[in-house]
Write a protein that binds this ligand. Structure first.
Ligand SMILES: Nc1ncnc2c1ncn2[C@@H]1O[C@H](COP(=O)(O)OP(=O)(O)OP(=O)(O)O)[C@@H](O)[C@H]1O
Ligand SMILES: [Mg+2]
Length: 485
């Protein structure tokens, strides 16, 4: 058994590491692996969970007694402990672990298992935390086959492989529910992979801080940002086998920073659609507010890696690293940056940000992202495109409208303000009982005070920041646009 799940644990145990915390939701799978490793090492295995605490004994005391027995005893032994992560901060428990490590009785080891660990600072140097990967598509296909069989259904091999692929990012037991739910959605028949994907989205909505994004945004719904589009165009086949054989590493990620409402989020979705790969949104604000932020981030990374190739969209990344608790933010940032630099799996990170003051300076440094793009207010040409896109999206051809005048009057408008103006013009026409006229659009534009006018200073600071650190997502803005600040 040499796989990504068991190998890291086998390595640290063979290396004699005395305390290992294994982060996984799959206790049964871990148990199998530990059983196999114990057999390889020829060491007896003892399991302990809260259910083994004698009735009437406080759990902390029972645990401390167990740890003392491990420390004082002789002869090799592996102790597999479940349910104890919540006690790591108890002084008597952390002390027991530290003295166990200090004495390091020969051949005695303990393995702790929990979905998430928060290791208190006093134990940081004594324990190893392994974040164990989620099942591979082949294992998930096997789980799906088993679940389908229990419902008297069978799938041909290729359909099963597609289902296994669609289930990536889930644990075995989650995959089982998702398959059952998909069968229900398919009226008791064999679900195809697209139904399974939809049900996975439902499951994901319950995982804290993560969400599968289902919006289908082609690049032609994103106005302007030609440099970004050109950059993507050069990487059309970046995740293909051909690119790999050519010696190209998969692209690592982009940072999109810039003005509010100008298409950063839209671009993240368009990027995933362009490559035909799924996109998962990570909510950094939610992570920093969690009781175990580092563990939640590790879990998110584990899920993204299991789903690779995937776009991991870290929206408002600055929120995750500017929490009130500076220590937590720093550790979180450290973990994230290390992963960004060392990741092997094709997880393409799209980080979006609009508050540069809150952005830790080490994040936008070269080598972490392939490129940092600055998304500015749309120039003249881009505003025209955005008008056309939003008129088109509401079934109106642009020809009857005087776009030149509109675009000129909509100076300093963001993409989202242009969209809002088109919508309010449509409402005006609708309530007047006729179709959209140029005057409705002109009126809506005249009534809008763009945010950029109100926050001129912030905009200036943002541009100043970007001048030396980022590449414009649109080339030659000044040539194309008369607008100056
Ligand atoms: N370049 C654009 N082309 C077409 N539509 C746009 C563009 N920019 C913005 N929009 C419209 O405005 C909406 C909001 O844009 P989006 O969410 O992408 O902005 P953002 O840059 O992510 O803003 P924030 O910084 O507030 O998150 C989009 O859903 C889209 O309808
Ligand atoms: Mg956004």
């Amino acid at each position: 058994m040499a796989d990504a799940f068991s190998s890291p644990l086998r390595e640290v145990l063979h290396a004699g590491c005395p305390v290992v915390c294994c982060e996984t939701h799959e206790e049964a799978r871990l148990d199998e692996v530990v059983t196999a490793i114990a057999a390889e090492l020829g060491v007896p295995l003892v399991r302990w969970s809260l259910l083994d605490a004698p009735v009437g004994t406080p759990p902390v005391e029972a645990l401390a007694a167990q740890l003392a027995a491990l420390r004082e005893g002789t002869g090799p032994l592996i102790l597999l402990l479940a349910d104890v992560h919540g006690f790591l901060t108890e002084p008597v428990v952390s002390r027991a672990i530290r003295s166990f490590v200090a004495r390091a009785p020969k051949g005695r080891r303990m393995i702790l298992v929990s979905p998430l660990f928060r290791v208190p600072p006093e134990l940081e140097h004594d324990v190893v935390v392994l974040s164990l990967p989620l099942p591979e598509p082949g294992d998930l296909a096997a789980v799906a086959a088993e679940t389908l069989a229990s419902l008297q259904l069978a799938a041909p091999a290729d359909a099963l492989a597609a289902i296994g692929d669609a289930l990536r990012g889930l644990t075995g037991s989650e995959a089982r529910w998702v398959v059952r739910k998909a069968v229900r959605s398919a009226n008791g028949g064999l679900p195809d992979a697209s139904i399974v994907l939809r049900e996975k989205g439902w499951r994901f909505s319950q995982v804290e801080a993560m969400e599968m994004v289902a919006d289908d945004v082609p690049f032609d719904r994103l106005g302007g940002l030609d440099e970004l589009k050109r950059w993507m165009g050069e990487r059309r086949e970046a995740f293909s086998r051909r690119a790999r054989d050519f010696g190209l590493p998969p692209p690592r990620g982009l940072m999109l920073m810039g003005v509010q409402g100008c298409g950063k989020s839209l671009a993240a979705k368009a990027i995933a659609r362009f490559w035909q790969i799924p996109i998962v949104r990570l909510d950094m604000g939610m992570i920093i507010g969690h009781a175990y932020p580092e563990a939640v981030l590790r879990r998110a990374i584990r899920i993204a890696e299991a789903m690779a190739p995937v776009v991991l969209w870290v929206d408002e990344i600055e929120k995750g690293f500017s929490g009130e608790n500076a220590g937590t933010s720093r550790r979180l940032l450290g973990g994230f940056v290390t992963w960004l630099q060392e990741k092997r799996e094709p997880v393409f990170v799209v980080a979006t940000a609009n508050e540069v003051e809150a952005l830790p300076p080490e994040l936008p440094r070269k080598g972490r992202f392939d490129e940092i793009f600055f998304v500015d207010l749309p120039n003249h040409h881009e505003r025209r495109e955005i008008f056309e896109i939003h008129l088109g999206a509401r079934g109106r051809a642009p020809a009857p409208f005087d776009l030149e005048t509109l675009v000129r009057k909509a100076e300093k408008f963001s993409g989202s303000e242009i969209e809002q103006a088109v919508l309010s013009a449509l409402y005006a026409a609708f309530s007047a009982g006729r179709d959209l006229q140029n005057a409705d659009l002109l009126g809506a534009v005249a009534e809008t005070v763009p945010l950029a006018t109100t926050f001129e200073d912030r905009l200036k600071a943002l541009r100043e920041w970007a001048r030396t650190r980022a590449r414009p997502a649109t080339l030659d803005r000044r040539k194309l646009d008369a607008f100056k600040t």
